[in-house]
Write a protein that binds this ligand. Sequence first.
Ligand code: LUZ
Ligand code: MOS
Length: 756
Amino acid sequence: MTKTMKNIDSFGHLRGESLFVDDVITKQNTLVGLVFDSTCAHGKIIKIDYSQAEKVEGITRIFTHKDILGINQIGGIIPDEPLWAKDEVHFTGQPIAFIVAKNELIAKKARALIQIEFENLPVITTAKAAKNKDSFINEPRSFKLGDTEKSFADCHHIYKGETFTNGQEHLYLETQGCYAYPLENGNIKIISSTQGPTQVQKATSKVLGVAMHKIEVDVTRLGGGFGGKEDQATAWAIMAAVAVQHLKKPVKYILNRHDDLRMTGKRHPYESSFKIGLDKDLKIKAFEAEFLQNSGASADLSPAIAERTLFHATNCYFVPNVKTTVYSCKTNLPPNTAFRGFGGPQGMFVIESAIAQAASALGIDKRLIQKTNLISENDTFSYGQITTNAEAVNSWISAEEKFDLVGLEKEINHFNEKNDRFKKGMAVMPIAFGISFTNTPMNHARALVHIYQDGSVGISTAAVEMGQSVNTKMLQIAADTLGIDPEKVKIETTNTTRVANTSPSAASSTADLNGKAVLKACLSLQERLNTVAAKMYNVNEENISFESNFVFIDFKKTTYLWQDVVAQAMLERVALTENAHYATPKIHFDKAKEKGHPFAYHVYGTSITTITLDCLQGTYEIDAVKIIHDFGKSMNMGVDMGQVEGALVQGIGWMTMEEISYDDKGKLLSNALSTYKIPDIFSVPKKVEIIPLETSGNQMAIYRSKAVGEPPLMYGIGTYFAIQNAIKSFNQEYKLTFNSPYTPEKVLMDLYKNKG
Ligand code: LUZ
Ligand code: MOS
């Protein structure tokens, strides 16, 4: 078995040999692109003068909406986003034109010479302001379970509050980029740093006005995606392709960091309000929430993200009466987009805040309410899915015991009694995250497996490698299923001509969907080779198996080799290629009723975060995060641990320090790494301990190894409430605020607000 395999990219990465878009060896005469974008967040374009820019030596051509032969539209869910602005602009950073030049310096020089005049229109930057002006992307959506109104009438305790979570910059190490070049007959090949090759192909064909088969998209790997390249890698690829269509020359466009920060959308900021009702036994009887999603200037993936907010609005709790509504609010910010968790974290922060509010008012620990309400077998989520194989209680109890929660609490209380300047705080964060694209039709994938006549194997899938090690997992599945050494297997680039009509690598589902397809294809091939081998060695098919490149008869190793059987199969004209399709069974969802069974399964877990707060400075350190995580039966613990650690730190960054900031004219202020802080080695927890939950796993997951990409991000939410608890023990008058990120500046103010 290959369970301990390292990420197959690690050697290439370490030696600097791995190929990213900017490393592709370019063809002769390759030109360079650069976007000219709006400096106005909302306005009419009165006049643009390109004449000075066009005169710059080395400028090939400047492309605008006029050069589009298909349609000027890139909206994937709602057609509300032009590739290049025509008469109006709706956010600062909106692309208006595409300069193609000999090199980047020349393009930049030309960009500075473009003259543009706007007539300014009113700018909206917050979700609330948008709602007040009825500025929406689409109709609001609501999930309902039971009857909240009736239930509130019976509740002993009712609390209301408001919350804010800010956006988050993806900050993939590799910025957005693409390289497009002409093939014969008007065909175009695009190498793109995208999570969604098919999306790039489809949108390019639409804008260029050509059939999809004319566009080939190829992806080797990404230097990080995090959702930022699920939809927003597309525009750049299309721009380069438009230029190729006209110029018949290769065009490359790699965004520099500042352009990338300014022009791309981020995690959606949410302004939300809640109302929570509990009975005298601390059972949550009713929960209502209204989510105002700051969608930015066009839909992008906002409606799908809004939907996932509703799916996760009750986190891992059973609440019998629920009413949640989400508004996708149209503002003059860059269209916000997918980001690890996809609206789920924003939803979960709100119910955690509601529970904190209730606990604080009741003078009890938040934990008591959390534990009392964990979802268990056969409970219903607000969207109608009945819980099976529930692990919420299991992971909570396991965390309590394995990490000695009671002892930990004693220690903290003891510390806080003895210290004035420093206070410790602790919080428990249980999670449940639904696995599957919430849009049921997207849950499918294919694998194309070739066994070459020398016994080596090549595998193509829809999976995009972006550092999450999905290629390693695909390789493991193939090697284990075929019974050959990993060295015999190569994972090919992700390419739309080999595997077509694919969903993006997203929703934590890439390994499940593509892995199940690889498994299926390899099982078929193995069966065929068994038949061949049985004939070769005069035994029955059932007696044949393969392991480490050897033929086994009755589970006993022989001297016969895998490649001998492959060679014989060639002579017998047996097909050594298989193309398999996998579509997640059982899932469904009715958007009219807002009920169904959208998720293949849930991932659970519980984290315990402890922090030490410097009450003089408002600064804090995370002492430890201890996690019981539901990996199912991990197929590669090293890789999966890495995902948990990375997601945790990303969640902590979102909750504590990453502060996206726009001025009221819609200009990005946090426009560089000097003004936007992400976690570094000094801000990560001093200790991270992760223990796999003991469980039999879930067979809807590949090898019962559960999806791991997104769920652990939400452990980061615990940090917010741990800080809150530390403040509480310093300032008895502290009125809980739910305004993330909880930067030291905000913490300091809360430490002394109303303090006697
Ligand atoms: N992308 C998507 C996602 O299109 N649908 C989803 O449900 C999803 N969930 C998480 C991350 N990306
Ligand atoms: Mo995503 S947020 O691209 O899984």
